[in-house]
Design a protein around this ligand. Structure first.
Ligand SMILES: Cc1cc2nc3c(=O)[nH]c(=O)nc-3n(C[C@H](O)[C@H](O)[C@H](O)COP(=O)(O)OP(=O)(O)OC[C@H]3O[C@@H](n4cnc5c(N)ncnc54)[C@H](O)[C@@H]3O)c2cc1C
Ligand SMILES: Cc1cc2nc3c(=O)[nH]c(=O)nc-3n(C[C@H](O)[C@H](O)[C@H](O)COP(=O)(O)O)c2cc1C
Length: 661
């Protein structure tokens, strides 16, 4: 898959497509060229100009761009950090490629004052992820809404502005890359001029490769306009690895703030108190899943059943100590990080709040155990003192070393700590480590497993604990899940609430069908609590079916007693269970029960019922969708296409909702 679908979505047949694309592309490149040349001309006539000609050999071309350089805004909308990483990679590669001719800046859409800043951007590059059911990230929702308003008002805020869009998504989701496609379309409608076909990155396959391919196409159109190219690429970018200015302050300097200052904007957390942590699996189970109750009193947080909570975890002490050892800096050192002067600042986001001890920075702000990316290896190569380490790291970070990177880093899931242990001569400065090597530790989201009306000021999480061995022999203990499982009563946890569209129907009489194996049960526990409260208040309830699955009823049938109580009280009409590992000869999954109850399920849908699916996105949600299609064929005598269209229709009108991850 090449990750490029672009203009094909919006134009007619192939011939018209080719002609139109070529025309649009030439127009935008010409426009940029004119803009650039006119600036150079202005510059060459002024004493303050930073370079004299577009093609001249003036050394200043490689220096910081002048105020009149072409302003390229690389805007990103991210939830888990990939779009941000790509934006920084793009900017890092652009610096040596275009020197002083253009100023590329990576900007988080949440921090972008678009009404003020959009007119100042000569070129707009947008890297946006899709979430929910084809929705923008929380950080991008205001921007996307504003674009819609502009379109409705027939405004053209992007008139003549060259743009490029790369969407980040996953083909497993029904609305694949909805945001990338929407922005590409909307930017065009608002007068923008497309530089490259929209890139559709698929993180079910290899989104890094998709992005690299799209970037190459972007460079070739920008090269044409800006006359860049030489000196570009990943190798040059490695030399430009950005670093914060870092200083170690005298012992005893007070810290700015600790965990309370994690995240920002929509993801700014409040501290909540742990009221209870209890194991949900039986003693016979080889795995663990915990029920965590959080006290919301005084936190200012509120939620409704079906929302998500973002938990901001801490690294284990073991990982933090190992990292400090590898950096050669004592954990109690008080560190100040600040943005450097000049272009390096364009590659960096604001540092975590400092002064802070190295312990605070490594515990709360730094991803030490997650996947390692090539730019981090390039930055490590730059500081390795041993020639063999330097060469090997440079190879792993290079385009030629892609295969080696895949087999030595990605497949065996080597973490940053593992890599740093294997290359002890690569000892980065604190500024380089926090600026270019270690990503920010991201919050983890959980489907809230309670309803406020039934929970007395608390919210609960149902968390499967990740504890696995990688093929490199490393034991990976899930950063957040293991941390949550280890909390004890009274501990404080940073968390924020993210509202979702995964909600019960407005009328309690409307039938519902819930499908949630494993921790996919989480939001349905909240739904059932909400229905129980409604019933207690004298409301009539429609039918409710729940399809739950786990491996073995003796080990991991979580919340069994509560579910049986819900059935007894009539809050849940029927509970269907699938145990996948009880009978070695037969894998029993929720989808088999859906199919076996096709008439009942589609009968309720026929009465206006709502369908809900929660849990694993990669396999379960797909298999369940397939089973629902088959069930419709069986129960309604529909063709496959008509059955799929029926589900599509239900999804479009909000009656087939998924909360899958
Ligand atoms: C909207 C939403 C709702 C969710 N709801 C729930 C819920 O209700 N209950 C629940 O249990 N979970 C839920 N999750 C999942 C949850 O957010 C976490 O992803 C999960 O708890 C694991 O996080 P962790 O920090 O413990 O594991 P991590 O440390 O993040 O590890 C998780 C996985 O990442 C990969 N990985 C980690 N390190 C590396 C490496 N160095 N190289 C390559 N791969 C690596 C591995 O595959 C590993 O299994 C939800 C997720 C989303 C997005
Ligand atoms: C809860 C959840 C919902 C998602 N929904 C969609 C979706 O509707 N369409 C899509 O193409 N990708 C979807 N994705 C995939 C993400 O867009 C993809 O992983 C992307 O690379 C994330 O980028 P980020 O790290 O910058 O946030 C979803 C991912 C998660 C975890």
């Amino acid at each position: 898959m090449d990750g490029q679908e672009g203009t094909q979505t919006y134009f007619g047949g192939p011939t018209l497509l080719a002609a139109t694309s070529a025309l649009v592309f030439s127009a935008s490149v010409a426009l940029l060229y004119v803009r650039y040349q006119s600036r150079i001309f202005k510059d060459s006539n002024s004493s303050s100009g930073c370079f004299q000609s577009a093609s001249g050999n003036d050394e200043n071309q490689e220096d910081a761009p002048s105020e009149t350089a072409v302003q390229v805004t690389v805007l990103y909308g991210t939830q888990t950090g990939t779009a941000e990483r790509f934006a920084k990679k793009l900017v890092t590669e652009a610096v040596p490629r275009y020197g002083g001719k253009a100023r590329f800046r990576a900007v988080d859409v949440e921090e972008w004052d678009f009404k003020d800043q959009l007119p100042k951007a000569d070129v707009l590059i947008a890297l946006f992820a899709t979430y929910g059911d084809g929705e923008p990230t929380d950080s991008a929702s205001d921007f996307v809404r504003w674009l819609e308003d502009q379109e409705e008002a027939d405004e053209e805020p992007l008139l003549g502005k060259p743009f490029g869009v790369f969407g980040l998504g996953n083909r497993q989701y029904e609305h694949f890359n909805a945001m990338g496609k929407l922005l590409d379309k909307r930017f065009t409608k608002l007068g923008g001029s497309r530089l490259v076909p929209v890139g559709l990155g698929d993180d079910d396959e290899n989104i890094e490769d998709d992005f690299d391919r799209w970037t190459e196409r972007l460079w070739s159109s920008l090269d044409e306009a800006l006359g860049g190219g030489a000196g570009g690429g990943a190798a040059a970018a490695a030399a430009a690895a950005p670093a914060y200015d870092a200083e170690v302050l005298p012992a005893g300097t007070p810290e700015a703030a600790g965990a309370g200052s994690l995240g920002h904007g929509h993801a700014a957390p409040a501290m909540v108190r742990v009221a209870e942590v209890r194991e949900l699996h039986s003693a016979e189970s080889e795995r663990s899943c915990v029920h965590v109750e959080l006290e919301l009193g005084g936190s200012g947080l509120s939620y409704t059943a079906g929302d998500h909570v973002g938990v901001h975890p801490a690294n284990s002490e073991e990982a933090v100590e190992a990292a400090a050892g590898l950096l050669g800096v004592p954990l109690d050192s008080v560190v100040r990080l600040s943005l450097p002067e000049g272009r390096a600042a364009d590659l960096l986001s604001a540092p975590p709040p400092t002064p802070a001890t190295l312990r605070t920075l490594l515990t709360w702000h730094t991803d030490l155990l997650g996947p390692v990316h090539r730019p981090a290896l390039a930055a490590l190569a730059a500081c390795a003192s041993d020639a063999a380490d330097k060469d090997r790291l440079a190879l792993l970070s290079s385009q030629e070393g892609k295969q080696e990177f895949a087999s030595w880093v990605s497949q065996p899931q080597r973490s940053l700590l593992c890599v740093m242990r294997e290359f002890p001569s690569a000892r980065p400065s604190l500024g380089l480590f926090f600026g270019a090597i270690a990503p920010r530790l991201q919050p983890r989201y959980y489907s809230i497993s309670s309803a406020p009306a039934a929970s007395d000021g608390r919210m609960s999480i149902t968390c499967a604990v990740v504890d696995e061995e990688t093929s490199a022999g490393r034991r990976h203990r899930g950063v957040a899940s293991m941390w949550l499982a280890r909390q004890s009563e009274g501990a404080e946890v940073p968390a924020h609430v993210r509202s979702s569209t995964f909600k019960l129907p407005r009328r309690h009489e409307t039938p519902i069908i819930m499908i949630g194996p494993g921790t996919g049960i989480a939001p349905f526990r909240g739904f059932l609590q909400e229905r129980a409260t409604a019933r207690a208040a004298g409301k009539d309830l429609g039918e409710a079916l729940l399809f739950f699955g786990c491996r073995d009823r003796a080990k991991d049938f979580i919340y069994e007693a509560e579910l049986r109580d819900f059935v007894r009280s009539g809050v849940l009409s029927e509970l269907f269970t699938a145990f996948s590992r009880e009978d070695p000869g037969k894998k029993d999954y929720v989808q088999h029960h859906l199919l076996a109850n096709a008439e009942r399920v589609w009968g309720l849908i026929g009465e206006g019922g709502h369908l809900y699916v929660c849990g694993d996105a990669k396999r379960m949600a797909k298999d369940v969708h397939e089973a629902l299609v088959e069930a419709a064929q069986k129960a309604r005598g529909l063709s496959r296409e008509a059955a799929a269209a029926e589900l599509h229709f239900l999804a479009d009108c909000g009656r087939y909702l998924k909360d899958v991850w």
